[in-house]
Design a protein around this ligand. Structure first.
Ligand code: CP
Length: 315
């Protein structure tokens, strides 16, 4: 593997999940792979899990890690080509990216959707420039349209907890007070279909995901009906794809609660975190014994370590 930005970079997903579970059993067996190698983690946006789990994954492989919050202490970076740089951004990505590439062997980048242009966001103009100019492998730590390390961890978690070969997995929209990207929902839809699960997506009308991510998943607009017989409930808010970045509903009737979970086949509850309690999910559900949000977050180390191990093996 050279770069990791989507499910298309992982190859056989079940083989990757098998490898991740092996790494989870003996995480320090590959310490020599990363010796004298450096990873830079570059954050244009906030993070708790991605920052810590990716750093931990790199350290498990013996790598040195440098973390840079671009908006706290670094120069503000211009990304638009041809712009007259007379504003508040003193450095262009076109210089910053290759400079960072000289200091490290792998770069991880977190850069959310800008919501200025759907075309730019879905063309991944930031992470694409890193791939073009860094000269070293690039790992998406959540980009404009996808969060593949999260979706990989989600699939590892489903494999660990599933009780039937092909579980019914429900991705449900839930209300949120702010505009959120579609990245987590996009990748979850894409990866769970690649894993061969029975995916149902439920949301109010208008929240249809981009077709390239929704794939052939069934869409059920009645949330209760979608929950019937489910083995996993994955809650997430996202803003509309069309009209792009708009909040069309904040209907709290879509909050995941105990009544809806009772419609399922004793489903496990999942969320990528951070989660807004009693907006997305009730206290009762997230604190129930069926909630697996903590082991799900713990698996972020092993999705990242699998990806980094494969990149290091290819350097
Ligand atoms: N799930 C996730 O990516 O969490 P952070 O935003 O805290 O990294």
């Amino acid at each position: 593997m050279r770069h990791f930005t989507s499910v298309h970079d992982i190859g056989d997903l079940h083989e990757a999940i098998r490898e991740a579970r092996e790494i989870k059993r003996t995480p320090y067996d590959w310490q020599d792979l990363g010796r004298y190698k450096t990873m830079v983690l570059l954050f244009f946006n906030s993070s708790l899990r991605t920052r810590l789990s990716t750093q931990k994954a790199a350290m498990n492989l013996g790598m040195n890690v440098i973390v840079l919050d671009v908006n706290q202490g670094a120069w503000k970076l211009e990304s638009e080509r041809g712009v007259i740089m007379d504003g508040d951004k003193p450095e262009h990505l076109l210089e910053a990216i290759p400079v960072i590439g000289t200091y490290c062997d792998v770069i991880g980048v977190r850069s959310f959707a800008q919501f200025e242009s759907r075309t730019d966001d879905y063309n991944e103009i930031i992470i694409s420039q890193f791939i073009q100019y860094a000269g070293v492998p690039v790992v998406s730590m959540e980009s404009s349209a996808g969060h593949p390390l999260q979706a990989f961890a989600d699939c590892i978690t489903i494999e660990e907890y599933k009780t039937v070969e092909k579980p019914k997995v429900v991705l449900t929209w839930a209300p949120h007070p702010r505009v959120l990207p579609q990245a987590v929902a996009n990748s979850f839809a894409q990866w769970t279909q690649a894993a061969g699960y029975d995916l149902v997506i439920t949301h109010p009308t208008g929240y249809e995901l981009a077709p390239e991510y929704a794939g052939h998943a069934r869409v059920e607009y009645n949330q209760d009906k979608a929950f019937e017989g489910a083995h996993f409930i994955y809650a997430k808010n996202w803003s509309a794809y069309e009209p792009y970045g708009q909040i069309l509903s904040q209907n709290r009737a879509w909050t995941v609660d105990e009544r809806k979970m009772a419609l399922t086949d004793n489903a496990k509850f999942m969320h990528c975190l951070p989660v807004r309690r009693n907006m997305i999910v009730t206290d009762g559900v997230i604190e129930s014994e069926n909630s697996i949000v903590i082991p799900q977050a713990a698996n972020r180390v092993f999705s990242a370590q699998t990806v980094l191990k494969r990149i290091l093996e290819n350097l």
